[in-house]
Design a protein around this ligand. Structure first.
Ligand SMILES: NC(=O)c1ccc[n+]([C@@H]2O[C@H](COP(=O)([O-])OP(=O)(O)OC[C@H]3O[C@@H](n4cnc5c(N)ncnc54)[C@H](O)[C@@H]3O)[C@@H](O)[C@H]2O)c1
Length: 256
């Protein structure tokens, strides 16, 4: 049965899709009917996700792509077009997160985080938009974070990460304006704490977990599917009048 969330005949790219939220996004988009490019820095891990999608009767290909490298990004978009003739959906998800006190943060650490989390989103969005413009339709979903600033919550020792996510929030609104004339919608999701390999080190630290749970009204971390389903919503016609919006999904953190 076809629903408004149906993505049959749509072609999607998910970056950082070898594991964590990106993997869940790729699986959910495929389940909704999309053909998916599973992109990340490790092709072997991407192949495993592709196998999983194929087991569920979906279509997918694995592409090795470092989102900080323009040539890699262009090849990734080209891979989608060569395989399926077009590109409809881009999920910018690839990211890195390392805690480091402000006064100890090195220039290299700053550059790495900004390169992956911010420049990577720019490069992928621009390459994807140039393809989407040809068909005058498309959707870009940016994964930001409640660490994006302007929401009443600060994160110590996370300056570089917060700056990158704040940049994504601002970029989402600005890109939505530049791309609206081409019928390309650009929205973001700002997750709270989601149970992925990115937060593994926190999970083993009881004091940190106790502090976190004290902030989260729902008293648990989010599951990857709880981000992936809203990604499908933003990728589908169910959100056809939404652009430049940022959806917070945080178990109530910002309301607490
Ligand atoms: N887990 C959380 O609590 C949380 C909260 C808010 C936002 N986020 C954001 O969600 C996104 C997904 O994170 P996750 O929690 O699934 O973490 P994760 O570490 O499991 O996944 C991140 C993925 O990005 C990939 N990646 C890193 N550098 C890359 C590069 N240069 N090119 C291509 N891929 C690269 C990694 O290989 C990895 O597969 C990130 O943007 C992260 O900042 C995570």
């Amino acid at each position: 049965m076809s629903t408004i969330y149906d993505l049959s005949d749509k072609v999607a790219i998910v970056t950082g899709a070898r594991r964590g939220m990106g993997e869940a996004d790729a699986l959910a988009l495929a389940k909704a009917g999309a053909k998916v490019v599973v992109a990340d820095i490790s092709i072997e891990d991407c192949e495993k996700v592709v196998e999983e999608i194929k087991k569920q009767k979906g279509e997918a290909i694995a592409v090795k792509c470092d989102v900080t490298k323009k040539a890699d990004v262009e090849k990734m978009v080209q891979a989608a077009v060569e395989k399926w003739g077009k590109l409809d959906i881009l999920v910018n998800n690839a990211g890195v997160a390392e805690f480091k006190p402000f006064l100890e943060l090195t220039e290299e650490e700053w550059d790495k985080t900004i390169d992956v989390n911010l420049k990577g989103y720019f490069l992928c969005s621009q390459a994807a938009a140039k393809e989407m413009i040809k068909q005058k339709s498309g959707v870009i979903v940016n994964i930001a974070s409640i660490a994006m600033g302007q929401v009443g919550v600060g994160f110590p020792s996370f300056i570089h990460y917060c700056a990158s996510k704040g940049g994504i929030a601002a970029m989402t609104e600005a890109m939505a304006l530049d791309l609206a004339p081409y019928n390309i919608r650009v929205n973001a999701i700002a997750p709270g704490v989601i149970d992925t390999p990115m937060v593994d080190s926190m999970k083993n630290d009881k004091a940190t977990m106790d502090r976190l749970m004290a902030r989260i009204p729902m008293k648990r971390m989010g599951k990857v599917e709880e981000i992936a389903n809203p990604v499908v919503f933003l990728a589908s016609d169910a959100s056809s009048y939404m652009t430049g919006s940022i959806i917070v999904i945080d178990g109530g953190w910002l309301s607490g």
